[in-house]
Design a protein around this ligand. Structure first.
Ligand code: ADP
Ligand code: ZN
Ligand code: MG
Length: 475
């Protein structure tokens, strides 16, 4: 089996989160009543003229900047001709020869090994509408027609499904951190076509690629790739490679876990691409270029900053910056005065560890302010870590709440008053004179006994203070 190498190249369609569509001023909102957000342009009525939405260009520039790509100041829209009921013009306006974003790079990490995946290009295009098949009817909803997409095409640089998933997750976080797409996979705002081929190890020629279309969950993408690799290997080993592995588009059946042929794959020439005569070439002037190039902190930079300035472990920083909401939640906690170490543990291990099923950081009802307060109370010694866990259980259970009131109502405040603690220490030592003598003559182990006794008699003394004061007392 190990005699083969897997080759994967990915095409990702990202829906850009502009308010209006790419070539008209209809709204892009998701889930509206069918055919509500349409006009002559996006319905493809003859004679209607497209006008480019500048926001789309700006977001594409930002993406190119984030992946260190070459950005083409001049690029061209082309017509890609094909017929679908949900594509009323019978062509899609896309970019072909000169895309807005040229060659760039995305760094991934798999099993602690870093690797650069090349991005061939990224281009702007319009989406199609949706066909809805219901009982005896097929209907067309054009709300999505003409919404802006950025299609990001990778080099065939990935060698395993794990690398493909790492690339997709990185790409997902880049567009989320840029704020150019909500990248919601269920709603189709981030969808992937996976191109898969195999070759005998050691060869550098590429064999026939199969394209698996419209995958919209990381889990299914991984399964689809793994199934397809198996299928191609089986075909090779049983001598049927040439008949069974052909250049085609396949669909992944998520229930059966298999890929199935959908149609033969067109070659670029079949689309009869030509420059769209209705649109001027795109020219990016200096000020738009600068606006687009002005991007927020990217996941890798954030990760480095967390390690360098907050002293967080590389692996924790990776987890925190793997998702924008998580990174912002964490930064909120730090701003509220939680220690970095406490914030990491209580966010990633304790809180996330308690969120099951549908519960997410966004809908769990526990704001970063609340979790930061919990961490601060631990940092201050007001409550023990053990009590904090009990409080967090309640917060998760009742979807939020006030930490300080819970400390009071659950009676979890630690005794931090040195006077009170010293009184208990004195009485413990007084009633254990014999042990005090033994301790002083070298039986160090008894220290733990004294701590235990003080804790037992104190109803929640701060153990750190107890240790400190006992040490002083016993000399
Ligand atoms: P198309 O739109 O016709 O699918 P693109 O150029 O947009 O063509 O995308 C082709 C994709 O297939 C790229 O991501 C590329 O890396 C990938 N690819 C090309 N050849 C192979 C191969 N032999 N095995 C796997 N992936 C490949
Ligand atoms: Zn419109
Ligand atoms: Mg393709």
């Amino acid at each position: 089996m190990s005699a083969f190498e897997t080759i994967i190249g990915l095409e990702v369609h990202v829906q850009l989160n502009t308010k209006t569509k790419i070539f008209c001023s209809c709204a892009t909102s998701f889930g509206d009543e069918p055919n509500k957000n349409v006009c002559p342009v996006c319905m493809g009525l003859p004679g209607a003229l497209p006008v480019l939405n500048q926001e789309v260009v700006k977001k594409a520039i930002s993406f190119g900047t984030a992946i260190n790509a070459q950005i083409n100041q001049n690029s061209i829209f082309a017509r890609k001709n094909y017929f679908y009921p949900d594509l009323p013009k019978a062509y899609q306006i896309s970019q072909f020869e000169i895309p807005i974003v040229g060659r760039g790079n995305i760094e991934i990490e798999v099993n602690d090994k870093k690797k650069i995946i090349g991005v061939t290009r990224a281009h702007m295009e319009e989406d199609a509408g949706k066909n809805i098949h219901e009982n005896d009817f097929s209907k067309v909803d054009l709300n999505r027609a003409c919404t802006p997409l950025l299609e990001i095409v990778s080099e065939p640089d990935m060698r395993s499904s794990d690398e493909a998933i790492a690339y997709l997750k990185k790409l997902h976080s880049i567009v989320r951190f840029l704020g150019i797409s909500d990248a919601n996979m269920q709603e189709g705002s981030f969808r992937c076509d996976a191109n898969v081929s195999i070759r005998p190890k050691g060869e550098d020629k590429f064999y026939t690629r199969v394209e698996i279309k419209n995958l919209n969950s990381f889990k299914f993408i991984q399964k689809a790739i793994e199934y397809e690799v198996e299928r191609q290997r089986d075909a090779w080993e049983s001598g049927k490679y040439d008949s069974e592995v052909v250049q085609e588009t396949r669909l992944f059946d998520t229930i059966k876990g298999v890929t199935r042929s959908m149609r033969g794959k067109e070659e670029a020439a079949d689309y009869r691409y030509f420059p769209d005569p209705d649109l001027l070439p795109v020219f990016i002037d200096e000020s738009l270029m600068q606006e687009g190039r002005n991007i927020p902190e990217m996941p890798d930079e954030k990760r480095e900053r967390y390690v360098k300035t907050l002293g967080i472990k590389e692996s924790d920083a990776g987890v925190l910056t793997g998702d924008l909401d998580m990174a912002l939640y964490f930064e909120g906690m730090i701003e509220e005065g939680a220690s970095a170490k406490g914030a990491v543990t209580w966010l990633t291990t304790e809180l996330l560890g308690r969120l099951k099923g549908e519960n997410t950081l966004q809908n769990c009802g526990i704001s970063y302010q609340v979790l930061a307060t919990l961490v601060r109370r631990i940092d201050e010694g007001k409550i023990s870590g053990k009590s904090a866990k009990d409080i967090l259980d309640v917060l998760v259970e009742q979807k939020g709440g006030d930490v300080d009131s819970l400390i009071d109502s659950m009676g979890l405040a630690q005794v931090n008053d040195d006077g009170v603690i010293l009184e208990i220490i004195d009485s413990v030592l007084a009633s254990n004179q014999d042990k005090v003598e033994e301790y002083k003559s070298g039986k160090d182990k008894l220290f733990g006994f004294f701590v235990g006794q003080v804790m037992k008699n104190s109803k929640g003394a701060n153990p750190a203070r107890v240790n400190e004061l006992l040490k002083q007392k016993l000399g």
